[in-house]
Ligand binder design. Structure first.
Ligand SMILES: CC(C)(COP(=O)(O)OP(=O)(O)OC[C@H]1O[C@@H](n2cnc3c(N)ncnc32)[C@H](O)[C@@H]1OP(=O)(O)O)[C@@H](O)C(=O)NCCC(=O)NCCS
Length: 191
């Protein structure tokens, strides 16, 4: 059996990764496009972890740490390379990353019908928390809305919300440098 190489993805890998997910991943994700993966790697260059065998991409996982929690996404192994320990090796690499960053617990969203994935997550030591449900909201209309809670009348551009909370556009809020360099934040910065 040839050696498995585990490494972080670079921008040059991203088209290959997107094509790989179309055959290897469970369904599609809302962020499965070039903009989505570019943003991930720009924001956190070590988050997208790849497994390669003889130069061929055979597995992926996203190990995202936001300073608070450790989220795992896009765990996928090429159909012809499954049950060879690649999924487990990717999770071990992700967990190693989280532990170095001070993370305390890894979590993943797993479809209730994806029994194979549940076997794999369980084998890696994960267990479901039945008392939680995932709540989601598409952010298509969220740009240029932010709330200040100081209770003061805002500068020009502020609008009071229905409950009297002062609302000001993103342009007047500080944007960290890392976010300023991302395409969607440049748009927000212009306000
Ligand atoms: C889930 C997935 C990533 C597992 O990858 P993998 O490389 O095959 O996993 P591993 O070889 O590391 O398996 C580790 C253990 O998980 C369990 N496991 C994995 N696949 C299993 C299966 N089909 N049936 C039963 N147990 C399974 C076994 O305990 C296995 O250990 P073993 O082979 O020594 O018995 C892979 O099946 C996959 O890509 N599926 C499609 C995408 C997907 O559903 N991703 C998860 C999204 S939440």
């Amino acid at each position: 059996m040839t050696e498995l190489r585990i490494r972080a993805a670079t921008p040059d890998d991203l088209d290959t990764v997107l094509a790989f997910w179309r055959t290897a991943a469970e369904g599609t994700s809302i962020s499965d496009d070039r903009d989505g993966v570019d943003r991930l790697v720009a924001r956190d260059p070590l988050a997208l972890i790849l497994a390669e065998r003889e130069g061929e991409l055979v597995g992926t996982v996203i190990a995202g740490f936001d300073g608070w929690r450790c989220h795992l996404y896009r765990l996928a192994v090429h159909p012809q390379h499954r049950r060879q320990g690649i999924g487990g090796a990717l999770l071990a690499a992700a967990e190693d990353r989280f532990a170095r960053l001070g993370g305390r617990r890894g979590d993943a969203t797993v479809l209730t019908r994806n029994v194979t994935a549940q076997h794999a997550w369980r084998a890696a030591g994960y267990s479901p928390q039945e008392q939680w449900r995932r709540w989601v909201k598409p952010l298509t209309n969220a740009l240029c809305r932010s709330f200040t809670l100081e209770g003061q009348p805002g500068p020009p551009g502020h609008r009071p919300s229905a409950k009297g909370v002062s609302v000001r556009p993103w342009a007047s809020l500080p944007v960290p440098d890392i976010e300023r360099s991302l395409p969607h934040c440049r748009t927000m910065g212009r306000g």
